[in-house]
Design a protein around this ligand. Structure first.
Ligand SMILES: Nc1ncnc2c1ncn2[C@@H]1O[C@H](COP(=O)(O)OP(=O)(O)OP(=O)(O)O)[C@@H](O)[C@H]1O
Ligand SMILES: [Mg+2]
Length: 252
């Protein structure tokens, strides 16, 4: 399996709390890695370190073998680290389509496209972006919501739109922070299908999720974190079977 992400000896502390304690992790192309652990374990912090929201105190992060530690958030997004946010961060009073068109990986209007091809080039690039957005919405059965205001849609659809917007970035690494929280029924099925398709297309996917059956359905490998440490990295079955982890996580 081609390695997409490698994290080596990642260390991060907030005052007295160690959120990343010597984290070592790899994710390969086509893999869906589950990341589970109790509240406050450091899962979102790990995503923040990988995507460039936070700077580590020590350790290194490699994307496709290239060290990316020094790159800011926007550059890492351009390099192809796409992520969703635990608390969504959609523009609630904008349309679905406008949400999709805000800040994809390379936005033509601001880029070299204008220099290279002039205004017509920008228009063509924008049309392509729009077509891409409609294609992604279509895959999720959400075409008809394109001109709706996000705030007017049911919660499950809003979560799907959070994923849809993230997929505007088609880079090699996809980080999903609790995509299923509060999602059920048809939206749940769609979420599973789309995440599988993304991995099948060769992306490396990491999913943080408290819904263990979602992880079991989707992932062959999972990592268990608590207190900033990775306590186990192995098959989902082994992880669920581990008495220590079960006690830490489920309190039984
Ligand atoms: N910017 C910050 N400043 C100070 N403390 C922080 C910051 N971000 C996170 N923390 C703390 O770090 C710890 C880990 O938080 P994190 O959000 O990574 O946990 P999590 O595993 O994602 O939990 P949950 O399952 O509840 O989302 C928590 O104790 C949190 O309060
Ligand atoms: Mg979190």
């Amino acid at each position: 399996m081609t390695e997409i992400l490698r994290v080596e000896g990642l260390q991060k502390r907030f005052g007295g709390i160690v959120v990343s304690d010597n984290i070592h992790l790899t994710i390969g192309a086509g893999e869906i890695l589950g990341l589970i652990g109790p509240n406050g374990a450091g899962k979102t912090s790990l995503f923040n370190l990988i995507s460039g929201v936070l700077r580590p105190d020590a350790g290194s992060i490699f994307l496709n073998g290239q060290k990316i530690d020094g790159a800011p958030l926007y550059k890492r997004a351009r390099m192809g680290i796409a992520r969703t946010w635990q608390n969504m961060l959609l523009f609630r009073t904008m349309t679905v389509l406008d949400n999709m068109l805000v800040g994809p990986r390379d936005y033509a209007g601001e880029s070299v496209t204008r220099l290279a091809f002039g205004r017509a080039g920008v228009r063509a690039a924008e049309a392509a972006m729009r077509a891409r957005a409609m294609g992604i919405l279509g895959r999720m059965g959400l075409e008809s919501t394109a001109s709706s205001m996000v705030v007017d849609l049911p919660f499950g659809q809003q979560k799907l739109i959070g994923l849809a917007r993230t997929l505007m970035n088609d880079g090699p690494l996809l980080l999903l922070d609790e995509p299923m929280a509060g999602v059920e029924g048809a939206a749940y099925e769609t979420m599973q299908r789309v995440v599988r398709q993304e991995a099948a297309s060769g992306r490396a996917v990491c999913v943080v999720e408290h819904n263990v059956s979602f992880i079991r359905d989707l992932c062959s490998r999972a990592v268990f974190m608590a207190n900033g440490k990775i306590l186990q990295d192995g098959t989902v079955e082994d992880l669920i079977a581990s008495a220590t982890l079960t006690e830490l996580y489920f309190g039984v």
